[in-house]
Design a protein around this ligand. Structure first.
Ligand code: DGL
Length: 262
């Protein structure tokens, strides 16, 4: 099969990467997508770094077998291991971090930026170290709990609103002009978060990453030249029924879901 006809592989611990997939389908409607939701091990941020790496290597090897043309790590927490993963597969890998940081740099004027991410991402300092080079102060708030809230469809409960308030209290007086959703799940909480801030920019990984994937594939002559309507295969490591309900939160209409044991 011609390389450009192959699928784009996407990784997340759960449904957060669907935010990136939704955007990819808009920009690249003629591609095939193979999405792995590692829900048996979700949230990644509750695991040790070595277990996260083991899981990611398994998924990369699965993508090797499926011969995808590109791997997109649509998970900030997993993205911190990109350099390690690049040594495990010959398939090119794109993570959400660099495109998201570029968008942050474009958006902030006063160079005070809030970062909501999992504890693993905050502790890795991956965002802080890139943004520091641009003299940007990053106020990182670890919000690992949000991932399970979203996976368990608890987005609109009173308890969730209280947890959000509690986290954002640490940011309200920090004079930020930009807030980064440094976890692909978190833009699903946007409606609850935005009342806490006035006139700030919100940056999430979805749009910058999808744009970057387009630029990359075009530069490598890997855009699908066939006139197909996008095809999406979703693989979960946990439970088909659960993800079938969860996908209804997104504008992804044509897909096939199955379980994989990896
Ligand atoms: N969507 C993942 C991220 O962007 C969630 C991480 C997790 O499973 O803890 O960080």
């Amino acid at each position: 099969m011609k390389k450009y006809k192959k699928a784009i592989g996407i990784i997340d611990s759960g449904i957060g990467g669907f935010t990136v997939l939704e955007e990819l389908i808009k920009i690249l409607p003629n591609e095939k997508y193979l999405y792995v939701a590692d829900q048996k091990f979700c949230p990644y941020s509750t695991l040790s770094n070595s277990l996260i790496k083991q899981r990611l290597v398994k998924i990369c090897h699965y993508f090797d077998k499926k011969k995808v043309k590109l791997i997109v790590i649509a998970c900030n927490t997993a993205s911190i291991f990109i350099n390690y993963l690049k040594k495990q597969t010959k398939i090119p890998i794109i993570s959400v971090i660099n495109p998201t940081c570029k968008e942050v740099i474009k958006n902030t004027k006063n160079k005070n930026v809030g970062l909501l991410a999992t504890k693993t991402t905050i502790d890795s300092k991956i965002y802080q170290s890139i943004l520091e080079k641009e003299k940007i102060n990053t106020y990182g708030i670890a919000c690992s709990e949000f991932v399970k809230i979203i996976e368990d469809n608890q987005i609109n409960t009173l308890n969730t609103k209280m947890i959000i308030e509690n986290k954002l209290n640490n940011l309200i007086n920090s004079n930020i002009d930009t807030l980064v959703y440094g976890c692909t799940h978190f833009s699903l909480l946007h409606e609850h978060i935005k009342p806490y801030f006035k006139n700030i920019n919100y940056v999430s990984s979805k749009m910058p990453t999808a744009n970057y994937v387009y630029i990359y594939l075009r530069s490598q002559d890997l855009l699908n030249k066939q006139k197909i309507v996008h095809k999406v295969k979703i693989k979960t490591t946990y439970n088909k029924r659960k993800i079938k309900k969860q996908i209804k939160l997104f504008k992804i209409k044509k897909y096939r879901i199955s379980k994989i044991n990896i």
